[in-house]
Design a protein around this ligand. Structure first.
Ligand code: GAP
Length: 446
């Protein structure tokens, strides 16, 4: 079978809008740049992405979860270095007035306006990427708070609370999923870089001296995780940060990159943050954030290995990787080219669709009964009775539904239904009272 994978983001953006995965934010007002809304299918899909990460992290005995507030004490961002250092150098073109990031417009050591090509530009000015707002009724200097630019700091400031309340012994980790905000200068590429996004971060606290060993362990653990996401392995790679690329807090860093249609780009960062964050918060808060090791009677500030991935970015990678156009033999579905979202079953927003062959009430009733039963058993089950069965298969293929259950006139007699497999397009005749076991087995071994 001829298969064509995604080569341009525009095709995916269009599918996402047409099929209710992702819409432009505030679209009826012309949209808000770099903000996106997840539609009915997208919301369920994204929830599954989060759940997959959350389970991979918190079903271990050495990692616990956290859900910290977005707004934090402003001193947090002084201590973390974000108030003074989380900025991009911006320059203005004196000819066409375009504002752009200096580092993205360097050619042979010279800054050239990406809009008009002029070299007549202003000196760079640092632009802080944190969004500011005010807490309370008076909007003055003293009431400034920030929308967090990363979830990690919520974990660092709760290190002691979590360690004591959960009686955790080092090494242990804290995992968190939540919104972050960055006033990015060059957002774009659909949901790849946005100003409001969700992060899935895990900070693993270890004894100094064991940090590089844990760093390697986490690199492998995360690579293994991506393999479970059904992403083609040849589309993933590690990229080490050179000394000039290292963030101010990092002792070592690797990115997991995915080959998006616009090229290789960061999916996740794995960082050795040393004791930078806990030391800074100790200094700024005056509170001890040390760990006492009962066994060795040693006291130390733990080192941190961080794994940080954007939920929206992982969702985008899964969407890009799942997309394919297939030329199929006639006989299945409608037309001879089909678009399939080949999601691993754990990410499919609809796991099983129940389709009555015609709109005759006995078929509708039986189909709805089967749908309700599967739904009660915790499957995402859809019901669709409009258009020809071929068109309905194609519709389900396009949203990545692994299984379609067709109820026909025979079903009323032999109490069996036809189940169609998304990828193989094969069909099985299955007894209705066995349908749940069948679906469970097929989804587990897809
Ligand atoms: N705590 C470390 C940290 O935040 P980061 O590399 O700046 O590190 C981690 O961000 C991950 O968050 C990135 O690998 C990316 O997946 C995601 N991310 C960062 N900025 C983003 C943005 N503007 N839009 C979407 N995702 C973003």
């Amino acid at each position: 079978m001829q298969v064509k994978y995604l080569t341009d983001l525009a095709t995916l953006v269009s599918l996402c809008k047409r099929r209710g995965f992702v819409f432009q934010s505030s679209e009826i007002y012309g949209g808000l740049n770099s903000c996106w809304d997840y539609g009915p299918l997208g919301a369920n899909f994204k929830l599954k992405v989060k759940l997959s990460w959350w389970k991979a992290m918190t079903r271990r005995t050495d990692i616990v979860g956290l859900d910290a507030a977005i707004l934090m004490h402003p001193m947090v961002w002084k201590a973390s270095g974000h108030v003074d250092g989380f900025s991009d150098p911006l320059v203005d073109c004196k000819s066409c007035k375009t504002r752009f990031r200096q580092d993205t417009a360097m050619v042979d050591g010279k800054v050239i306006c990406p809009n008009c090509g002029s070299k007549d530009v202003t000196e760079p000015r640092n632009f802080n990427l944190m969004f500011q707002t005010h807490m309370g009724p008076v909007a003055d200097e003293g009431s400034i708070v920030y929308l967090r630019p990363e979830t990690a700091q919520g974990i660092f400031v709760n290190f002691d609370n979590v360690q004591v309340s959960m009686r955790k012994k080092i090494p242990f980790g804290i995992a968190q999923i939540g919104k972050s905000f960055r006033n990015e200068i060059t957002p774009g590429n659909f949901t790849f870089r946005t100003r409001e996004f969700e992060q899935m971060e895990m900070q693993y606290f270890v004894k100094p001296g064991t940090d590089m060993e844990w760093f390697e362990t986490w690199k492998k653990t995360r690579w293994d995780y991506y393999k479970t996401c059904g992403i083609r392995e040849e589309k993933l790679r590690f990229k080490e940060h050179g000394p000039k690329e290292l963030a101010h807090y990092a002792k070592a860093a690797f990115d997991v990159q995915y080959e998006f249609p616009m090229g290789w780009n960061e999916l996740e960062g794995i960082h050795n943050r040393s004791d930078f964050d806990l030391s800074q918060h100790m200094k700024f808060s005056g509170k001890k954030l040390e760990y006492f090791d009962e066994a060795s009677k040693e006291k130390f500030i733990p080192y941190v290995i961080e794994t940080a991935v954007g939920c929206d970015r992982l969702a985008l990678a899964i969407l890009c990787d799942a997309y394919r156009e297939e030329v199929v033999a006639s006989g299945d579905g409608d037309g001879d080219t089909r678009v399939v979202m080949g999601f691993a079953p754990q990410f499919a927003p609809v796991q099983v669709a129940v389709l009555p062959l015609s709109k005759k009430p006995p078929l509708q009733e039986l189909a709805m009964k089967i749908r309700d039963h599967l739904s009660q058993k915790d499957y995402d089950a859809d019901y669709d009775e409009s258009a020809s069965i071929g068109k309905r298969y194609r519709r389900q293929d396009e949203i990545g539904t692994p299984l379609c259950v067709t109820v026909d006139f025979e079903s009323l007699e032999d109490k069996k239904v036809t189940v169609r497999h998304r990828d193989k397009m094969t069909q099985d005749r299955v007894a209705i009272d066995q349908i749940e076991t069948y679906v469970k087995d097929k989804l587990a071994n897809f």
